[in-house]
Write a protein that binds this ligand. Structure first.
Ligand code: SF4
Ligand code: SF4
Length: 120
C-alpha cells in the first residue's frame, strides 16, 4: 500500500514536472487501454471512480497523471501485482507471452477508451 502511494506520487511528479521524460516514454509504449480501471484503484481507490467502475470525469477534466498511465514498466508491473494486466506494454522491456485478451466492454464513460489526449 505505501509503495503504491509512493508510486502514485512519483507518477504525479513525472506527469507535471518531467514532461519530456513522459513524452519519450509514451513514444516507446505500445498497446492500448483495456479499460479495466485497475490503475484507478492502485494505492488508494480514486473517489472519482463510480460504483460501476467508470471515471466520473472522463472526457471532462481527467487529471493529466491519469491520461499518461502507464509511464514505466513498473506501472504495468503494479497492475499485474494487483491481479490484472494492463493493455499497454513497452516492447523493449516485454518478456511476457503475447497478449491475446480482448478489450473489456465498458458502457458509459470508459467506452470512449482511455486514449484521451495526454494534455502534455
Ligand atoms: S481516470 Fe478517473 S477514476 Fe481513474 S484515477 Fe483518474 S480521475 Fe480517478
Ligand atoms: S488497461 Fe492499463 S491504462 Fe487501461 S485502465 Fe487498465 S490499468 Fe489503466
Amino acid at each position: 500500500m505505501a509503495a503504491q502511494i509512493m508510486s502514485k506520487l512519483w507518477r504525479f511528479y513525472l506527469a507535471h514536472f518531467s514532461k519530456t521524460y513522459v513524452l519519450n516514454q509514451l513514444s516507446r509504449r505500445a498497446g492500448e487501454c483495456r479499460q479495466c480501471g485497475t490503475c484507478c484503484v492502485l494505492g488508494v481507490p480514486c473517489p472519482l471512480l463510480t460504483r460501476d467502475k467508470l471515471c466520473a470525469v472522463y472526457g471532462k477534466c481527467r487529471p493529466q497523471v491519469c491520461r499518461v498511465f502507464p509511464i514505466d514498466q513498473r506501472d504495468i508491473d503494479e497492475v499485474a501485482a494487483h491481479g490484472c494486466r494492463c493493455g499497454y506494454y513497452f516492447p523493449d522491456e516485454e518478456t511476457r507471452e503475447p497478449r491475446t485478451w480482448a478489450p473489456v466492454s465498458r458502457p458509459g464513460g470508459w467506452a470512449e477508451g482511455h486514449s484521451e489526449e495526454t494534455g502534455l
